[in-house]
Design a protein around this ligand. Structure first.
Ligand code: AMP
Ligand code: ZN
Length: 468
């Protein structure tokens, strides 16, 4: 499998640190607002990378954070007259709802910056001890020039950076040894959240969060570190400096960055008015359509969002869903079980298409080509499956369309809603089980119904149920 590595600016063979395992960290959003459709791009893209890795058999440890302490959160809290915790808590909950609707898998671990402060204080301590950081009146800075390889990811030259910095004087940062040094810890201002540290009551800088959370949940060295391309500099450059200085080894093997999402070929901007939250889109479309739209372009290219392209995504997705629905219908009415000779030949065609899909994904996750392969399968289904097809052939077509869609996080087959009569039968069976003191079976039925979205309530008048 080839991955484009921002560090080397080339596609490289993916070789995991540990056989069969992938350790992956993706920078998450700062939670002061509903997420916008640009934020959804890395979520969808890197979730797809994870799903593909799992499909081919890797065990993926996927960590992504929430930045829940930050100037923007404090500002939003002050504007609303509520606490920063309330703002962060609210928008984490909203973000999780959006992620679920986008079918983004739950991370193995989803740490919050505010719950990892001890680790940050420890890493800052190590950096000071090793001479990579210094305390200046309660603010701790990273000594950028001390890290020889600074600039290796963004390919920036440290002297050019210095020249640029000399003209910009940032107030409150006069005590830096060098304009290039960046903040690891800063003292609180009146009314701000703070934690006690050896240097001051204050809070961490943004970059140190990710170095610490990645180390804690994935170890000193990881396979893949990912995020949007705006994070290459300074965020990821600074993460590398911190982690490699503190841990004494290479931080991440592969650096992946998604391109930006624009609207009507312009940068998305609140002030210009071309700005959509994921929630805005959910009012008009099933969010699967947004996901499908994102996968229609290569993740490293910019993607343009427009009403026409969303309609095209909706039509494309509908074609897949309709094909699966037809296959289900044909399967229910199929009269023969076994493959015929001609069908066996078509199964070979299916297998060739599956290989083509894999080849597209293994070439730096070319999801656009992978989607085209799914359309080829749909075409094969529409032209070769009919009333005289065997159950085995229809089953094979359906299995591949559903599985390959699922690898992209697209649900091609909605579970059918249970009929009221089916629910009543299961409830009666549960009542019987309870009478016979078979509580294990009774619980099993309750769980089964819950999974299908049915909640049971035992009342004095008997069992009541409702759909969630
Ligand atoms: P932020 O909350 O600004 O740190 O953003 C969270 C993630 O969304 C980061 O990986 C950003 O690079 C990414 N991101 C922000 N805006 C866009 C955009 N317009 N297109 C693609 N990715 C974006
Ligand atoms: Zn980060």
């Amino acid at each position: 499998m080839k991955i484009y590595n921002t560090m080397t600016r080339r596609k490289e063979d993916f070789i995991p640190l540990e056989n069969g395992k992938v350790r992956m960290y993706v920078c998450g959003p700062t939670v002061y607002n509903l997420i916008h459709i640009g934020n959804a791009r890395p979520m969808i893209i890197f979730d797809t990378v994870r799903r593909y890795m799992e499909y081919i058999g890797y065990d993926v440890n996927y960590v992504t954070n929430f930045t829940d302490v930050d100037d923007k959160i404090i500002k939003a809290a002050n504007e609303e007259g509520v606490s920063p915790e309330e703002i962060a808590g609210r928008y984490i909950a909203e973000c999780k709802k959006d992620m679920e609707a986008l079918n983004v898998k739950e991370a193995t671990k989803h740490p919050l910056a505010t719950e990892e402060i001890d680790g940050m204080i420890a890493m800052i301590g190590t950096l000071i001890q090793k001479g990579y950081a210094y305390n200046s009146n309660g603010t701790v800075y990273f000594r950028t020039r001390k890290f020889d390889e600074y600039g290796k990811l963004s390919k920036k030259n440290i002297d050019d950076l210095e020249a640029g910095h000399r003209e910009i004087k940032v107030s409150g940062e006069e005590n830096k040894e060098d304009p290039l040094d960046f903040v690891l810890w800063k003292p609180k201002k009146e009314g701000e959240p703070y934690w006690t540290s050896p240097w001051s009551d204050g809070r961490p800088g943004w970059h140190i969060e990710c170095s610490v959370m990645s180390k804690k949940y994935l170890g000193d060295q990881i396979d893949i570190h990912a995020g949007g391309e705006d994070l290459i500099f300074p965020h990821h450059e600074n993460e590398i400096a911190q982690s490699e200085a503190a841990n004494g080894r290479e931080f991440a093997k592969y650096w992946m960055h998604n391109g930006f999402l624009n609207i009507d070929n312009k940068k998305m901007s609140k002030s210009v008015g071309n700005f959509f939250t994921v929630r805005d889109i959910s009012e008009k479309y099933d969010l699967q359509v947004l996901r499908f739209f994102m996968l229609s372009a290569h993740y490293r290219s910019p993607i343009n969002f427009s009403a026409e392209l969303m309609e095209a995504a909706k039509n494309g997705l509908d074609r897949i869903l309709t094909a699966v629905e037809n296959l289900n219908h044909l399967s229910e009415n199929a009269v023969t079980e076994e493959l015929t000779g001609e069908e066996s030949e078509n199964v070979c065609k299916i297998n060739t298409l599956v290989e083509k899909y894999k080849a597209a994904m293994e070439d730096d996750f070319n999801t656009a080509d992978a989607v085209s392969v799914i359309f080829e399968l749909v075409k094969l289904a529409n032209t070769t499956a009919g009333e005289s097809s065997s159950k085995a052939y229809i089953g094979e077509l359906k299995k591949q369309i559903v599985t390959l869609s699922d690898v992209l996080g697209i649900i091609a087959e909605k579970e059918k809603e249970m009929l009221d009569s089916e629910i009543e039968i299961l409830i009666a069976e549960r009542q019987n089980a309870r009478k016979e003191k078979n509580f294990a079976r009774a619980d099993e039925i309750r769980e089964e119904l819950l999974e299908r979205g049915i909640i049971l309530e035992d009342t004095r008048e008997g069992v009541k149920w409702k759909r969630v």
